[in-house]
Design a protein around this ligand. Structure first.
Ligand SMILES: Nc1ncnc2c1ncn2[C@@H]1O[C@H](COP(=O)(O)OP(=O)(O)O)[C@@H](O)[C@H]1O
Ligand SMILES: [Mg+2]
Length: 282
């Protein structure tokens, strides 16, 4: 059997994810080249080691989910990718993280530029107390863009991509805080996309949302991987199974197993993975 096949069906997946438990892997991701290279990464918060020798690659235009019990280091690893851990005092990181050929911990790297390449979406949606339009235009304004046509184009493009355009196009001047929880989260996704990052990092983006809003975001993730490489932290295993091509399972700061999502969920190699995905702990 080839990686990417299932027992019964070798058709590549088309359109929206099917509502089966573990969707088929999109065959395109199997030939995609790696974009993120995490090599032998260990991270310490003061004396406490939170990540142990992590090796992980994320392919272009794929979705990688990071799963595992609370406290296992998922958010910590995600923050290594855009150097957000730099903002925490007494953090020490070893190993290397690269996007393409660029070593993101190279002392010469421009962190601001780097973060432009990485959009981040958090657990709790965090629109600014500004209009819908200004929320999306924010990153471009910071970059000094003033041309109205450029801003208009970016706002429309990003809101279309986040699936929010039809719902808000007539009230772009209204506050982003007036939107529903699910809409606010899609607004934050639009804000992240407006500056055209290469990578979208999402830390439990649906955990505060109801099932309907969650499924809209999941469908969106499926759409977005055409243009972005996505790493998503989730403690919802069904979500990992539905949205991701690859899954990495962590336990107490260690990467226990990683592989094609359908393989990891149907045929894990490591006993601990099997115990976790079958709900025996976590
Ligand atoms: N800012 C911090 N300072 C000290 N310890 C932290 C900090 N953030 C996380 N940790 C610790 O690092 C470990 C991994 O945390 P985290 O990455 O948040 O896990 P997860 O996202 O999988 O729940 C936990 O033991 C947590 O307590
Ligand atoms: Mg977390």
């Amino acid at each position: 059997m080839q990686a990417g096949d299932t027992m019964t069906d070798v058709e590549p997946r088309q359109g929206a994810p099917r509502k089966t438990e573990v969707p088929l892997t999109d065959t395109a991701v199997l030939s995609a080249k790696p974009l993120l290279h995490i090599e032998d990464v260990s991270l310490f918060y003061g004396p406490k080691q939170a990540l142990f020798n992590i090796d992980l690659e994320v392919r272009e235009h794929s979705v990688m989910s990071l799963i595992g019990p609370s406290g296992c280091g998922k958010s910590t690893l995600l923050r290594c990718i855009n150097r957000m851990n730099d903002l925490i005092p007494n953090v020490r990181i070893q190993g290397s993280v690269k996007v393409g050929d660029d070593d993101i911990y190279d002392p010469a790297v421009d962190v601001i530029n780097l973060r432009k390449r990485m959009g981040m979406v958090f657990q709790k949606s965090n629109p600014f107390p500004k209009s819908i339009y200004e929320n999306v235009a924010y990153g471009l304004r910071i970059q000094g863009v003033k041309d109205r046509a450029v801003l208009d184009e970016a706002v429309e493009r990003s809101l279309i991509a986040s699936g929010l355009w039809d719902e808000v196009k007539d009230r772009l001047k209204e506050s982003g805080l007036g939107l529903s929880g699910g809409q606010q989260q899609r607004l934050c996704i639009a804000r992240a996309m407006a500056v055209r990052p290469e990578v979208l990092l999402m830390d439990e983006p649906c955990s505060a949302l109801d099932p309907l809003a969650t499924s809209r975001i999941e469908e969106l993730i499926f759409e977005l991987k055409r243009d972005y490489t996505i790493v998503i932290v989730t403690h919802n295993m069904q979500q990992a199974a539905r949205v991701s091509d690859f899954t990495a399972f962590f336990w107490m700061g260690k990467l226990i197993e990683t592989g094609l999502t359908e393989m990891l969920f149907t045929n894990p190699r490591v006993r601990m993975t099997e115990d976790y995905i079958s709900g025996r702990f976590g």
